[in-house]
Design a protein around this ligand. Structure first.
Ligand code: ADP
Ligand code: MG
Length: 357
């Protein structure tokens, strides 16, 4: 009997040792100076920093994924999947790849949920104005009225079985510019994780994702600068501390057109065919998935700051937002009031919510 207990005891001890070894996964060694690459893709500078020692090779498949998806989604290049979908509007359904089918369905959901504040079928309007391109112009009212007839997302038909999508009316144009970068950011993070990366920063021009924690230690989050929407990329309004989160920024001064002293930016109202015009100069959304951050960063433009704050605070999944007004005031949702730190030299001040209209 004694002997038996001894045996059981030894077996138990061995089992515990094995378990212990599994549980005590060796912490990856992180670098102070990351492996870093920058490429001009998706019409912007895309940057990836990998902090895991020995994981430089992960940069390659990560950038390859950006290029692959960008080529499928763009409507500024002939032959992409979305370009083909648009070319067949009113003619026939188009089979798309699994990635793009998923993205189109997500875009459809956003369009429905936001009652077209976010509208995946806004292309007839955006292609008419072409804000951000050399040939941008203010169209005539007649042109806008005509384009408004072709932005009804309800005329987009999905067939799950065949993985086809059909724009049922000629003149319809799908534009995924408002969520493509968010989706691609999430896909890049997936690639990095698959390659064994635990600590990284992905920055696709306005879409940032911080993976894991900073190399300074397990308890040290990343310090993320919040872009100043009134200045070129690089200057910041303040910062927040996060791990495994995405920060997506959308601003009106990055791409705009000026006509007769009036500026027209690049996020459009589906009802009027003109850009939204309210107190928002820019917004940063902080959330778990970049596709959601991107979708929301566009959607809240329809709401203005007051309603936008309430909308984000009503979401109960830890999503937060930082709004910057045309009057250089900053407003943050309740969840990050103690996290957001204003940059004293930014020229911005924290706004008083009671004064919002
Ligand atoms: P960016 O990072 O380029 O600022 P945003 O996420 O702010 O991107 O999205 C802006 C882009 O979304 C526009 O350039 C256009 O392609 C598209 N877009 C404009 N208005 C809308 C809208 N109401 N709904 C969905 N997409 C829009
Ligand atoms: Mg967006």
């Amino acid at each position: 009997m004694k002997k038996q207990i001894g045996l059981v005891g030894i077996l138990l001890m061995m089992a515990l040792m094995v378990l212990g070894a599994c549980g005590q996964k060796e912490a990856p060694k992180l670098l102070e100076e990351p492996y870093y690459q920058e490429k001009f893709l998706l019409g912007t500078y895309t940057r990836i920093r990998v902090y895991d020692e020995g994981k430089e090779e992960a940069l390659k498949p990560a950038f390859a994924r950006i290029k692959e998806l960008g080529d499928k989604i763009t409507i500024n290049q002939k032959g992409s999947e979305i370009d083909e979908l648009n070319a067949q509007a009113g003619i026939k359904p188009v089979k798309v790849s699994k990635d793009i089918y998923y993205l189109l369905k997500e875009a459809y959901e956003y369009t429905e949920e936001t009652d077209e504040a976010f509208n995946m079928a806004i292309g007839a309007i955006t292609q008419l104005w072409r804000i951000g391109f050399d040939d941008a112009r203010k169209p005539s009212q007649a042109e806008i009225d005509e384009a408004l007839k072709h932005i009804d997302y309800r005329k987009i038909e999905f067939n799950d079985k065949d993985q086809t999508v059909f724009l049922k009316e000629k003149g319809m144009i799908v534009d995924l510019g408002a969520i493509a970068k968010g989706y691609i950011t999430d896909e890049v993070v997936k690639v990095l994780k698959k390659e064994g990366v635990t600590s990284a920063i992905v920055d696709l021009g306005g879409n940032v994702y911080v993976l894991g924690h900073s190399p300074r230690g397990e308890k040290t989050p990343w310090n993320i600068g919040i872009q100043d929407p009134n200045k070129s990329r690089g200057s910041i309004v303040g910062s927040i501390k996060e791990t495994n989160k995405t920060v997506v920024t959308s601003g009106i001064y990055e791409r705009y057109l000026e006509v007769d002293g009036k500026t027209y930016h690049h996020i459009f109202n589906s009802k009027t065919g003109y850009p939204y015009d309210n107190d928002i100069a820019g917004v940063s959304i902080i959330t778990n998935k970049s596709i959601d951050g991107d979708g929301l960063s566009t959607s809240v433009f329809a709401m203005g700051v007051k309603e936008g704050l309430e909308y984000i605070e009503d979401m109960d999944d830890g999503t937060n937002a930082i709004f910057i007004t045309k009057e250089d005031k900053v407003y943050v949702t309740k969840g990050i009031q103690n996290n957001f730190e204003l940059d004293k030299n930014s020229g911005y001040t924290m706004g008083n919510r009671d004064e919002l209209k």
